[in-house]
Design a protein around this ligand. Structure first.
Ligand SMILES: [Zn+2]
Length: 416
C-alpha cells in the first residue's frame, strides 16, 4: 500500500502534484486512537478474558513487547508509569526524554511527542486526550508550555482526580474506577461526535488494584472492567467507520509489567519489562512478528498517518515501525579499540543502507548534530565495521539509514 503510494508520488513529483496540500486534504480521513491501560503484564493479557481486546486483535494482531530500553545498557528505562507513557508519546527512551519518575521533573521537550509532530505538520487537524491523570496533558504532552510552542488539545477530558467533590477519594480507590468510566464514556462520545484525528485515552484502575492486592481476583476484575471501557471506544470507532469515509487505527498498550507478586514495578525483572501492543491494523509488517518495544508505537502511528518526520528527528527515534515499510531492526554497535562493529536484523530484501556517525549530541539541547557518512552497507548482510581513527571521542551516535527509515544506537565509553 505504502509502496504503491510512494511509486505514484515519485511519478507525480515532476508535476509537483504529490506533495500539494490539496492532495493531502483528499487523504485526510485517517484517524488514530491510542490507549494506555496501566500496568498489565503480558501474561495477564493472555489469562484474563478480554473479549473487546480480542475483537481488535482479530482484525490486526497482538505483539509481545518490552518496556525499559536496553537492560543494563545506556537506554535502560525504569518501568515506572509516567516514564512508560512518555516513552510511548516520544518514541524514545528515558536517556533522551528525561522523564525518570512520576514527578516528571524536567522533561526534555526537544524530543517531541507524537502530538507535537502531528500538529506541526497538520495545524488544522485535531488532537484529543481522555485521561485519568491530568499530568499526561499538562506535563508530558506539555500543553500550553512555551517549550512545546503552546501545544493545545482540541478535545480534552481530564483532571477529575483533583475534583474531590464529584469524585471523593476512597480507600478502596473506587473513585479511580469511576473516573476511568467517565473518561472512556467521554472518549467514545467525542469520537462519535467529533472524531479527533489523533487522540489518547489513558485508564488507571488496573494499576491501583494490582498495587493494592497483587495478583488477585481484584486485579483480574479490574482488567475485565478496562476491557468494557475499551469496548466503548472500539464501538464508537466502528460506528464512525460505518457512517463516514474514515480509516481508524487503534493501538492499545500498557506502560509497564509488574513484579512476580503483582504488587510493584519500577525495576528491570522480566515480568516488569514484559508488555504487549494490540492493534486493528491490517498493514502490519515483518517487525510485528518480532518482540517489539513500546517506543515502536510512535513510528507506527507516524507511518499510518503519513507524518513527515524531519531527518534529524527520525535519526533519534528509538522505535521500529510495525506498520508500513520496514527494512531492519535490532541495531547494536560495539566499540573495539579503533573500530565500531554494527549488527542488525534485516527485515526486507532491500540492499542499500548507509551508516552515519556523530560524536556530538546537540539534538538534546535543540541544536544540530554533524553526522559523518562512514560507509554504504549491504542491508541483507546484517553487519558492518568501520574505523574510528581520527574521531577522538568517548561518545558516538551511530545511525543506520535504510530506504524506509533510520535506526540509532549510542556508544558511551567510560571515562577515567
Ligand atoms: Zn503504571
Amino acid at each position: 500500500m505504502i509502496k504503491s503510494i510512494l511509486a505514484t508520488c515519485l511519478g507525480l513529483l515532476l508535476f509537483q502534484a504529490c506533495s500539494s496540500p490539496e492532495k493531502q486534504e483528499e487523504q485526510s480521513d485517517k484517524k488514530v486512537l491510542f490507549v494506555i491501560v496501566d500496568g498489565i503484564p503480558d501474561d495477564v493479557i493472555d489469562s484474563v478474558a478480554t473479549p473487546n481486546l480480542d475483537k481488535i486483535i482479530a482484525e490486526g494482531g497482538l505483539m509481545r513487547a518490552t518496556m525499559g530500553g536496553e537492560k543494563d545498557g545506556y537506554s535502560q528505562t525504569p518501568t515506572i508509569s509516567a516514564v512508560g507513557y512518555n516513552s510511548v508519546l516520544t518514541g524514545v527512551w528515558a536517556n533522551k526524554h528525561n522523564v525518570w519518575g512520576n514527578g516528571i521533573k524536567d522533561p526534555n521537550y526537544h524530543y517531541p511527542t507524537i502530538f507535537k509532530v502531528f500538529k506541526e505538520q497538520f495545524p488544522e487537524k485535531t488532537i484529543g486526550i481522555f485521561s485519568t491523570w491530568l499530568d499526561n496533558r499538562t506535563k508530558l504532552a506539555g500543553a500550553g508550555l512555551t517549550q512545546t510552542g503552546n501545544l493545545t488539545f482540541d478535545y480534552h477530558y481530564d483532571g477529575m482526580e483533583l475534583d474531590t467533590v464529584a469524585y471523593p477519594h476512597d480507600e478502596e480507590r473506587i473513585f479511580i474506577f469511576n473516573i476511568d468510566e467517565a473518561v472512556s464514556k467521554n472518549a467514545a462520545q467525542t469520537i462519535q461526535e467529533h472524531a479527533p484525528d489523533l487522540s489518547w485515552m489513558y485508564l488507571e484502575f488496573t494499576d491501583d488494584m494490582s498495587h493494592k492486592f497483587g495478583n488477585s481476583p481484584q486485579f483480574v476484575d479490574a482488567v475485565e472492567k478496562s476491557d468494557v471501557q475499551l469496548g466503548r471506544v472500539w464501538d464508537a470507532i466502528q460506528e464512525r467507520e460505518a457512517k463516514f469515509n474514515e480509516d481508524w487505527l487503534i493501538v492499545i498498550t500498557t506502560d509497564h509489567g509488574r513484579q512476580d507478586s503483582g504488587y510493584g514495578h519500577g525495576g528491570q525483572s522480566e515480568r516488569e519489562r514484559s508488555v504487549w501492543i494490540a492493534t486493528n491494523s491490517d498493514q502490519l509488517n515483518a517487525h510485528f512478528a518480532e518482540r517489539g518495544q513500546t517506543v515502536d508505537i510512535f513510528p507506527s502511528i507516524a507511518n499510518f498517518l503519513g507524518l513527515e518526520i524531519s531527518k534529524e528527528k527520525a535519526m533519534e527515534l528509538d522505535g521500529v515501525p510495525f506498520i508500513g515499510a520496514v527494512d531492519a531492526s535490532q541495531l547494536r554497535a560495539v566499540k573495539k579499540e579503533n573500530t565500531i562493529e554494527l549488527t542488525w536484523k534485516p527485515l526486507s530484501q532491500e540492499n542499500q543502507g548507509k551508516v552515519w556517525v556523530s560524536t556530538t549530541n546537540n539534538f538534546k539541547t535543540g541544536g544540530t548534530d554533524a553526522y559523518e557518512a562512514v560507509g554504504e552497507v549491504d542491508l541483507k548482510s546484517g553487519s558492518f565495521t568501520f574505523s574510528t581513527e581520527g574521531m577522538k571521542s568517548d561518545f558516538y551516535k551511530v545511525v543506520l539509514e535504510t530506504p524506509s527509515g533510520y535506526l540509532n544506537y549510542w556508544i558511551l565509553e567510560e571515562t577515567e
